[in-house]
Design a protein around this ligand. Structure first.
Ligand code: FPP
Length: 273
């Protein structure tokens, strides 16, 4: 399904590695652990960003597939958003495992379990600072603002989780708000950032944001046994798919393929175990 962005995903991985490898060696090995084992197979967020970039390239990519230097420059900036998003995501997981005192992540020992809390916190700090440097080098204040807001949402979501009173833990409204902050905010703001970098209109950028927002379905769909959450996940998946279908029409085959993959992803996230 993702062949259209397979090469770009490899590029994202190598960019992540080279960024991390350039840092303090001991911290680099800590963060490298995460890219190697912890999240390598998944790359959920970069996949969405790259598909979104490709789905919005209708006016930038020539129909005959021939690319010029301005397209290459744009493509590199789109890739940067995918890299920045993954660095922020991994930072949040590194810090989250410390806060939650988690021994494992995705079935393997957490980094804090291997290297201790202090190294895990510092590795996260390195990643976050590198993400912010990469962000500022894009030179787009609107994009800086969107991504910075995502970090604030992550902190808010984690704080909501840590401080929830008993009644709040039982409230669907509270759960939805927390989920937006912890998951949907980064994906939706990054999707919008990809659209802005691509030079799309405000209307198209809002559709990109809507798609990302409604991919909150991923986390809701995981709520086994919570029927209302599963129903909500389906509703959001439909809204996300509708946002992609509403994008301006295009004859470009790669753009169409990427859009189809984004629609397919909305189904996948609610059915996968
Ligand atoms: C995993 O959630 C945690 C998050 C998605 C966000 C954690 C946010 C922070 C630690 C705030 C600081 C963030 C930055 C970028 C400085 P989970 O515990 O529900 O999922 P899990 O089962 O994968 O641990």
């Amino acid at each position: 399904m993702y062949s259209v962005v397979a090469d770009d995903l490899l590029d994202v991985s190598s960019r992540l590695r080279s960024i991390v490898a350039a840092e303090v060696p001991k911290l680099a090995s800590a963060a490298e652990y995460f890219f190697n084992i912890g999240t390598e197979g998944k790359k959920f967020r970069p996949t969405i960003m790259l598909l979104m970039a490709s789905a919005l390239n209708m006016s930038t990519l020539a129909l005959d597939g021939v690319v010029d230097s301005s397209y290459n420059e744009l493509h590199s900036r789109q890739l940067s958003i995918a890299v920045i998003t993954e660095m922020i995501h991994v930072t949040s997981l590194l810090h989250n495992d410390v806060l939650d005192d988690a021994e494992t992540r995705h079935g393997i020992g957490s980094l804090k379990c291997f290297m201790g809390n202090k190294m895990a916190v510092l590795a996260g700090d390195v990643l976050l600072s590198r993400a912010l440097v990469a962000l500022s080098s894009l030179g787009n204040n609107e994009v800086v603002d969107l991504i910075w807001r995502s970090v604030q949402h992550l902190v808010t979501g984690e704080t909501m989780q840590m401080t929830a009173a008993f009644e709040q833990r039982c409230s669907m409204e509270y759960y939805m708000k927390m989920t937006y902050n912890k998951t949907a905010a980064l994906i939706s703001n990054s999707c919008q950032a990809v659209s802005i970098i691509t030079g799309q209109t405000a209307a198209v950028s809002m559709l990109a944001y809507d798609y990302g927002w409604n991919m909150a379905a991923e986390i809701l769909g995981k709520s086994n046994g919570l029927q209302r959450a599963i129903e909500l996940a389906s509703e959001h998946a439909n809204i996300a798919a509708a946002a992609i279908i509403s994008l301006p029409e295009t004859d470009h085959a790669d753009v169409r393929r990427s859009r189809q993959a984004l629609v397919d992803l909305t189904r996948l996230v609610i059915t996968r175990k």
